[in-house]
Design a protein. Structure first.
Length: 159
């Protein structure tokens, strides 16, 4: 199970809000998908927050879509028939992102840093750098941001 495991909860001085004003809460979807994929819902929530800030219509300059910012090619690999349509559905997007996280967990074990680095930069980049976080500023910052968010959610008792 993807979980905090080796990470101690961090004390944060900022309030951790799962639902931004004016945004839809996906807590029920996250809980269901977490249970279905045996992934800590707090971890999914942290990835979703960093990826899209809960914007189901988010599209990155590189074409990643939805809550979990899934690339259409990755969605195809995870069995999504028409990614450009289906990734706009929040539940499908969360399920696809979770399926990919599980794929990465099978490859990198329960090392959340490597799972996140691969989610952000690609599995090949993590392998190229000897199963370490690639020396890309964006990826290094991404891993820190997701893990900080995850620890904050857990410390706040949100999950």
């Amino acid at each position: 199970m993807i979980s905090a495991g080796r990470y101690a909860p961090a004390v944060t001085t900022e309030p951790v809000a799962f639902k931004a004003p004016g945004r839809v809460s996906y807590a029920d979807h996250i809980a269901t998908v977490g249970r279905d994929f045996n992934i800590d819902p707090g971890f999914l929530a942290a990835v979703m927050h960093v990826e899209s800030r809960g914007n189901a219509r988010a599209v990155s300059p590189k074409g990643a879509r939805g809550l979990m910012q899934v690339m259409p090619a990755t969605a195809k690999q995870m069995g999504v028939g028409d990614p450009l349509v289906e990734l706009d559905d929040p539940l499908t997007n969360l399920r696809t992102g979770a399926a990919y996280l599980k794929t990465l967990q099978r490859r990198f074990g329960n090392n959340l840093d490597l799972v996140l680095a691969a989610y952000n930069a690609g599995e090949g980049a993590v392998m190229k750098y000897g199963r370490k976080i690639p020396p890309y500023r964006e990826t290094q910052g991404y891993v820190v941001s997701v893990m900080d968010r995850y620890r904050g959610l857990r410390a706040a008792g949100s999950w």
